[in-house]
Design a protein around this ligand. Structure first.
Ligand code: ADP
Length: 260
Protein backbone atom coordinates (compact mmCIF):
# COMPACT_ATOMS: atom_id res chain seq x y z
CA UNK A 1 0.00 0.00 0.00
CA UNK A 2 1.25 3.48 -0.81
CA UNK A 3 0.23 6.61 1.03
CA UNK A 4 0.33 10.03 -0.58
CA UNK A 5 1.34 13.20 1.21
CA UNK A 6 -2.36 13.82 1.89
CA UNK A 7 -2.67 10.47 3.61
CA UNK A 8 -4.87 9.12 0.80
CA UNK A 9 -4.15 5.60 -0.36
CA UNK A 10 -3.22 5.48 -4.03
CA UNK A 11 -6.14 3.70 -5.71
CA UNK A 12 -3.86 1.78 -8.06
CA UNK A 13 -2.24 0.00 -5.15
CA UNK A 14 -5.32 -0.93 -3.15
CA UNK A 15 -6.56 -3.53 -5.64
CA UNK A 16 -10.13 -2.33 -4.98
CA UNK A 17 -12.59 -3.33 -7.68
CA UNK A 18 -14.02 -0.54 -9.88
CA UNK A 19 -16.48 -2.79 -11.76
CA UNK A 20 -17.43 -6.44 -11.55
CA UNK A 21 -19.61 -8.85 -13.54
CA UNK A 22 -20.71 -12.10 -11.91
CA UNK A 23 -22.35 -14.90 -13.91
CA UNK A 24 -23.34 -12.27 -16.46
CA UNK A 25 -25.51 -13.54 -19.29
CA UNK A 26 -27.19 -11.79 -22.20
CA UNK A 27 -29.56 -13.49 -24.61
CA UNK A 28 -30.89 -11.77 -27.73
CA UNK A 29 -34.06 -12.94 -29.49
CA UNK A 30 -36.12 -16.08 -29.01
CA UNK A 31 -36.62 -19.45 -30.67
CA UNK A 32 -34.72 -19.73 -33.94
CA UNK A 33 -33.26 -16.23 -33.63
CA UNK A 34 -32.02 -16.80 -30.05
CA UNK A 35 -28.37 -15.77 -29.61
CA UNK A 36 -26.46 -16.21 -26.36
CA UNK A 37 -24.11 -13.21 -26.53
CA UNK A 38 -22.78 -13.58 -22.96
CA UNK A 39 -22.71 -16.96 -21.30
CA UNK A 40 -21.88 -16.58 -17.61
CA UNK A 41 -19.06 -14.02 -17.57
CA UNK A 42 -17.14 -13.47 -14.32
CA UNK A 43 -14.72 -10.56 -14.51
CA UNK A 44 -13.46 -7.79 -12.24
CA UNK A 45 -11.69 -4.58 -13.24
CA UNK A 46 -9.46 -3.22 -10.49
CA UNK A 47 -9.02 0.48 -9.76
CA UNK A 48 -6.08 2.07 -11.54
CA UNK A 49 -5.83 -0.73 -14.10
CA UNK A 50 -5.97 -0.49 -17.90
CA UNK A 51 -7.69 -3.56 -19.38
CA UNK A 52 -8.20 -4.44 -23.04
CA UNK A 53 -11.01 -6.76 -24.08
CA UNK A 54 -10.26 -8.81 -27.19
CA UNK A 55 -11.78 -11.72 -29.05
CA UNK A 56 -13.07 -12.69 -32.49
CA UNK A 57 -15.90 -10.72 -34.06
CA UNK A 58 -19.21 -11.74 -32.48
CA UNK A 59 -17.54 -13.06 -29.29
CA UNK A 60 -19.51 -10.61 -27.09
CA UNK A 61 -17.01 -7.77 -26.49
CA UNK A 62 -19.41 -4.89 -27.20
CA UNK A 63 -22.25 -6.61 -25.37
CA UNK A 64 -20.06 -7.09 -22.27
CA UNK A 65 -19.02 -3.46 -22.34
CA UNK A 66 -22.55 -2.14 -22.87
CA UNK A 67 -23.99 -4.32 -20.08
CA UNK A 68 -21.26 -3.31 -17.64
CA UNK A 69 -21.61 0.38 -18.52
CA UNK A 70 -25.37 0.32 -17.89
CA UNK A 71 -26.13 1.02 -21.57
CA UNK A 72 -27.90 -2.31 -22.12
CA UNK A 73 -29.96 -4.62 -19.94
CA UNK A 74 -28.77 -8.16 -19.22
CA UNK A 75 -30.56 -11.49 -18.90
CA UNK A 76 -28.91 -12.96 -15.79
CA UNK A 77 -26.14 -12.49 -13.25
CA UNK A 78 -25.07 -9.17 -11.81
CA UNK A 79 -23.00 -6.08 -12.56
CA UNK A 80 -21.58 -3.77 -9.90
CA UNK A 81 -19.99 -0.36 -10.40
CA UNK A 82 -18.08 0.02 -7.16
CA UNK A 83 -20.54 -1.22 -4.55
CA UNK A 84 -23.64 -0.39 -6.60
CA UNK A 85 -25.51 -3.23 -8.24
CA UNK A 86 -26.97 -2.10 -11.59
CA UNK A 87 -29.94 -4.46 -11.81
CA UNK A 88 -31.44 -2.92 -8.67
CA UNK A 89 -31.55 0.59 -10.13
CA UNK A 90 -34.54 2.30 -11.64
CA UNK A 91 -34.03 4.29 -14.86
CA UNK A 92 -33.43 7.64 -13.21
CA UNK A 93 -30.79 6.30 -10.81
CA UNK A 94 -29.12 4.34 -13.59
CA UNK A 95 -28.94 7.48 -15.75
CA UNK A 96 -27.41 9.38 -12.85
CA UNK A 97 -24.89 6.62 -12.15
CA UNK A 98 -23.85 6.59 -15.81
CA UNK A 99 -23.49 10.36 -15.79
CA UNK A 100 -21.60 10.67 -12.52
CA UNK A 101 -19.53 7.50 -12.25
CA UNK A 102 -18.85 6.22 -15.75
CA UNK A 103 -16.95 7.80 -18.65
CA UNK A 104 -17.35 6.79 -22.29
CA UNK A 105 -15.12 7.06 -25.32
CA UNK A 106 -16.50 5.94 -28.67
CA UNK A 107 -14.93 5.23 -32.05
CA UNK A 108 -16.57 8.36 -33.49
CA UNK A 109 -15.30 11.18 -31.30
CA UNK A 110 -18.79 12.70 -30.80
CA UNK A 111 -17.51 16.23 -30.17
CA UNK A 112 -19.74 19.24 -30.75
CA UNK A 113 -18.29 21.15 -33.74
CA UNK A 114 -19.36 24.62 -32.60
CA UNK A 115 -17.70 24.37 -29.19
CA UNK A 116 -14.00 24.77 -28.44
CA UNK A 117 -11.93 21.84 -27.18
CA UNK A 118 -12.19 23.11 -23.59
CA UNK A 119 -15.96 23.68 -23.87
CA UNK A 120 -16.34 20.13 -25.17
CA UNK A 121 -14.32 18.79 -22.24
CA UNK A 122 -16.47 20.54 -19.64
CA UNK A 123 -19.83 20.17 -21.45
CA UNK A 124 -21.12 17.07 -19.59
CA UNK A 125 -20.40 18.76 -16.26
CA UNK A 126 -21.99 22.02 -17.43
CA UNK A 127 -25.15 20.11 -18.41
CA UNK A 128 -25.15 18.32 -15.06
CA UNK A 129 -24.75 21.68 -13.31
CA UNK A 130 -21.54 20.55 -11.67
CA UNK A 131 -18.50 22.73 -11.25
CA UNK A 132 -15.33 21.10 -12.54
CA UNK A 133 -12.62 20.60 -9.93
CA UNK A 134 -10.23 23.17 -11.44
CA UNK A 135 -7.08 21.54 -10.10
CA UNK A 136 -8.14 18.19 -11.56
CA UNK A 137 -9.14 19.78 -14.87
CA UNK A 138 -5.74 21.43 -15.05
CA UNK A 139 -4.07 18.07 -14.44
CA UNK A 140 -6.20 16.40 -17.14
CA UNK A 141 -5.39 19.15 -19.63
CA UNK A 142 -1.68 18.86 -18.80
CA UNK A 143 -1.79 15.11 -19.30
CA UNK A 144 -3.74 15.42 -22.57
CA UNK A 145 -0.97 17.67 -23.90
CA UNK A 146 -3.35 20.08 -25.66
CA UNK A 147 -2.77 23.19 -23.57
CA UNK A 148 -2.08 25.33 -26.65
CA UNK A 149 -5.19 24.13 -28.48
CA UNK A 150 -7.96 24.41 -25.97
CA UNK A 151 -9.57 27.32 -27.83
CA UNK A 152 -9.58 25.44 -31.13
CA UNK A 153 -12.76 23.88 -32.49
CA UNK A 154 -12.79 20.16 -33.38
CA UNK A 155 -12.52 20.97 -37.12
CA UNK A 156 -9.18 22.68 -36.44
CA UNK A 157 -7.74 19.60 -34.71
CA UNK A 158 -6.35 16.34 -36.11
CA UNK A 159 -8.25 13.08 -35.54
CA UNK A 160 -5.83 12.08 -32.79
CA UNK A 161 -6.21 15.44 -31.06
CA UNK A 162 -10.02 15.23 -31.30
CA UNK A 163 -10.02 11.80 -29.71
CA UNK A 164 -7.71 13.06 -26.97
CA UNK A 165 -10.28 15.80 -26.29
CA UNK A 166 -12.95 13.08 -26.09
CA UNK A 167 -10.81 11.15 -23.57
CA UNK A 168 -10.25 14.34 -21.56
CA UNK A 169 -14.03 14.91 -21.58
CA UNK A 170 -14.50 11.40 -20.15
CA UNK A 171 -11.85 12.11 -17.49
CA UNK A 172 -13.11 15.56 -16.48
CA UNK A 173 -15.75 14.34 -14.02
CA UNK A 174 -13.31 11.83 -12.42
CA UNK A 175 -15.47 8.80 -13.19
CA UNK A 176 -14.81 5.55 -11.39
CA UNK A 177 -14.28 3.81 -14.69
CA UNK A 178 -13.95 4.72 -18.37
CA UNK A 179 -15.23 2.35 -21.04
CA UNK A 180 -13.69 2.90 -24.47
CA UNK A 181 -15.17 1.16 -27.53
CA UNK A 182 -12.55 0.81 -30.28
CA UNK A 183 -11.22 4.31 -29.50
CA UNK A 184 -8.54 4.11 -32.21
CA UNK A 185 -10.77 2.49 -34.84
CA UNK A 186 -11.01 5.71 -36.90
CA UNK A 187 -7.38 6.77 -36.53
CA UNK A 188 -4.16 6.17 -38.41
CA UNK A 189 -1.47 4.38 -36.43
CA UNK A 190 0.35 7.54 -35.33
CA UNK A 191 -2.79 9.27 -34.06
CA UNK A 192 -3.86 5.97 -32.49
CA UNK A 193 -0.55 5.82 -30.61
CA UNK A 194 -1.15 9.38 -29.28
CA UNK A 195 -4.57 8.42 -27.92
CA UNK A 196 -3.38 5.12 -26.45
CA UNK A 197 -0.43 6.86 -24.81
CA UNK A 198 -2.82 9.36 -23.26
CA UNK A 199 -5.16 6.63 -22.02
CA UNK A 200 -2.20 4.83 -20.47
CA UNK A 201 -0.97 8.06 -18.84
CA UNK A 202 -4.42 8.69 -17.41
CA UNK A 203 -4.10 5.32 -15.67
CA UNK A 204 -0.46 5.69 -14.58
CA UNK A 205 -0.48 9.36 -13.60
CA UNK A 206 -4.09 10.07 -12.63
CA UNK A 207 -5.03 6.63 -11.27
CA UNK A 208 -7.93 6.30 -13.71
CA UNK A 209 -9.50 2.88 -14.43
CA UNK A 210 -9.92 2.13 -18.15
CA UNK A 211 -11.54 -0.77 -20.00
CA UNK A 212 -11.09 -0.74 -23.77
CA UNK A 213 -12.56 -2.97 -26.46
CA UNK A 214 -10.18 -3.39 -29.38
CA UNK A 215 -9.33 -5.85 -32.13
CA UNK A 216 -5.83 -4.42 -32.57
CA UNK A 217 -2.98 -6.31 -30.79
CA UNK A 218 -0.79 -3.19 -30.75
CA UNK A 219 -3.57 -1.18 -29.08
CA UNK A 220 -4.09 -3.99 -26.57
CA UNK A 221 -0.37 -3.97 -25.71
CA UNK A 222 -0.78 -0.50 -24.13
CA UNK A 223 -3.01 -2.10 -21.49
CA UNK A 224 -1.86 -3.75 -18.24
CA UNK A 225 -4.01 -6.75 -18.94
CA UNK A 226 -5.96 -8.37 -21.78
CA UNK A 227 -9.14 -10.36 -21.23
CA UNK A 228 -10.02 -12.65 -24.16
CA UNK A 229 -13.60 -13.55 -25.01
CA UNK A 230 -14.85 -16.35 -27.26
CA UNK A 231 -18.49 -17.36 -27.74
CA UNK A 232 -19.63 -15.16 -24.86
CA UNK A 233 -17.16 -16.58 -22.34
CA UNK A 234 -13.84 -15.46 -20.93
CA UNK A 235 -11.24 -17.87 -22.22
CA UNK A 236 -8.00 -16.16 -21.22
CA UNK A 237 -6.60 -13.39 -19.04
CA UNK A 238 -3.11 -12.10 -19.88
CA UNK A 239 -0.97 -9.72 -17.79
CA UNK A 240 1.62 -7.35 -19.29
CA UNK A 241 0.69 -8.01 -22.94
CA UNK A 242 3.00 -7.36 -25.88
CA UNK A 243 1.81 -7.07 -29.51
CA UNK A 244 3.47 -10.44 -30.17
CA UNK A 245 1.91 -12.29 -27.24
CA UNK A 246 -1.55 -10.93 -28.09
CA UNK A 247 -1.16 -11.77 -31.78
CA UNK A 248 -0.05 -15.28 -30.88
CA UNK A 249 -3.12 -15.74 -28.64
CA UNK A 250 -5.46 -14.37 -31.32
CA UNK A 251 -3.94 -16.72 -33.93
CA UNK A 252 -5.05 -19.66 -31.79
CA UNK A 253 -8.69 -18.55 -32.24
CA UNK A 254 -8.21 -18.64 -36.02
CA UNK A 255 -6.66 -22.12 -35.88
CA UNK A 256 -9.54 -23.37 -33.74
CA UNK A 257 -12.08 -21.94 -36.20
CA UNK A 258 -10.39 -23.60 -39.15
CA UNK A 259 -10.32 -26.99 -37.42
CA UNK A 260 -13.95 -26.79 -36.27
P1 ADP B 1 -18.30 -8.37 -30.66
O1 ADP B 1 -18.36 -7.02 -30.05
O2 ADP B 1 -17.29 -9.29 -30.02
O3 ADP B 1 -18.14 -8.36 -32.16
P2 ADP B 1 -21.13 -8.47 -30.01
O4 ADP B 1 -21.18 -8.25 -28.55
O5 ADP B 1 -21.44 -7.33 -30.91
O6 ADP B 1 -19.70 -9.11 -30.38
O7 ADP B 1 -22.14 -9.65 -30.38
C1 ADP B 1 -22.18 -10.91 -29.70
C2 ADP B 1 -23.27 -11.76 -30.34
O8 ADP B 1 -24.54 -11.17 -30.07
C3 ADP B 1 -23.16 -11.90 -31.84
O9 ADP B 1 -23.56 -13.21 -32.20
C4 ADP B 1 -24.14 -10.87 -32.37
O10 ADP B 1 -24.64 -11.25 -33.63
C5 ADP B 1 -25.23 -10.90 -31.30
N1 ADP B 1 -25.90 -9.59 -31.16
C6 ADP B 1 -25.34 -8.41 -30.81
N2 ADP B 1 -26.25 -7.43 -30.74
C7 ADP B 1 -27.44 -7.99 -31.08
C8 ADP B 1 -28.79 -7.51 -31.21
N3 ADP B 1 -29.10 -6.24 -30.96
N4 ADP B 1 -29.76 -8.39 -31.58
C9 ADP B 1 -29.46 -9.68 -31.82
N5 ADP B 1 -28.22 -10.21 -31.70
C10 ADP B 1 -27.22 -9.39 -31.35
Amino acid sequence: MTTSTHGIRSPERTGAVAARATGLSKVYGQGETRVVALDGVDVAFRQGEFTAIMGPSGSGKSTLMHCMAGLDSFSGGSVCIGEVELSGLKDKKLTRLRRDRIGFVFQAFNLLPTLTALENITLPMDIAGRRPDTEWLHQVVETVGLSGRLKHRPGQLSGGQQQRVAVARALASRPEIIFADEPTGNLDSRSGAEVLGFLRNSVRELGQTVVMVTHDPTAASYADRVVFLADGRIVDDMADPTPESVLERMARFDTKRRTN
